[in-house]
Ligand binder design. Structure first.
Ligand code: SF4
Ligand code: SF4
Ligand code: SF4
Length: 261
């Protein structure tokens, strides 16, 4: 990247804003960041210039409306690198739960004047409409992920793409296995690493917020959940939650069930 300060934008689509907080939570590191980059657009923090050409665009949220498709294509045209941040942007997020239900029923039940609602039939992650250079997973992403990808891009280095499963991080940290020791239905064996096994580290089972790992054996884990006495619907809910449009989890969640079970 050039010797001048890199221009950075942070854009939001359908989301809760939680991933943008990973920037605001940087504390003193955020001040150091300003020495290296110019934040051109970041509505939650103040700067507004969403049409500007930039070096790096961070994109939070999933695509839910026809207007979103138009806007994300503009962002792609104006950005040298596009990095998506969080489960919403990389795998649809919680709002993609409507992909496995009857959308019209939801709209009728939620909105007083449903005739004014204009939405896509399916909630989509960003990579379904544009080429994405890098994806940061998690609900939410954390400050460490953001600073690591920024440092890499600013130094012309390809960011590290986590391939391991959460179980690997968990074992490296010598955590006691929540599934083996306590019978909790942990998603760690099929979930992508990157969080540092946060939940097992505090005695909880993983809920899969980083989305599916490569070569995830969801059939085997689903069978294990049945042995832990989860019924079919409970197994389905384990897989289809934070990452509603993750094809691996969506497929595992729909096994043996009808769309509206
Ligand atoms: S991934 Fe989670 S924290 Fe981030 S915007 Fe979506 S719902 Fe919010
Ligand atoms: S607690 Fe979960 S993530 Fe950790 S080893 Fe057991 S199954 Fe894997
Ligand atoms: S352990 Fe699982 S649910 Fe918890 S933060 Fe990590 S990926 Fe998300």
């Amino acid at each position: 990247m050039s010797a001048t300060k890199a221009k950075v934008a942070v854009h939001k689509f359908s989301s809760c804003d939680g991933c943008q907080l990973a920037f605001l939570n940087m504390g003193e590191d955020l001040l150091a960041l300003f020495d290296q980059v110019d934040i051109i657009h970041f509505a939650e923090a103040g700067p507004l210039n969403r049409e500007a050409s930039v070096d790096i665009s961070f994109v939070e949220g999933s695509l839910s409306t026809p207007e979103d498709i138009h806007r994300i294509k503009k962002i792609r045209e104006k950005s040298r690198y596009v990095t998506t941040i969080g489960a919403c942007a990389t795998a649809g997020g919680l709002q993609a739960l409507r992909n496995v239900a009857q959308q019209d029923d939801w709209i009728q039940s939620v909105y007083a004047t449903p005739q004014y609602i204009s939405s896509l039939d399916q909630v989509m992650p960003i990579h379904e409409q544009i080429a994405v250079d890098f994806e940061l997973r998690g609900c939410p992403v954390n400050t460490r992920q953001i600073t690591a990808v920024l440092r890499s891009l600013l130094n012309g280095v390809t960011p590290v793409n986590e391939q391991d499963k959460v179980c690997m991080e968990c074992k490296r940290q010598h955590e006691v296995c929540a599934m083996v020791a306590r019978g909790l239905p942990c998603m760690g064996p099929v979930t992508r690493a990157g969080c540092g096994a946060l939940c097992p580290g505090v005695g909880r089972d993983c809920y899969g917020c980083y989305g599916s790992a490569e070569n995830a054996n969801t059939a085997s884990l689903g069978g294990r959940f049945h042995l832990l006495r989860l019924n079919q619907n409970q197994v389905r809910h384990r897989f289809v939650s934070f990452n509603g449009a993750d094809p691996v989890f969506a497929s595992a969640g729909s096994m043996g069930t009808g769309k509206n079970d």
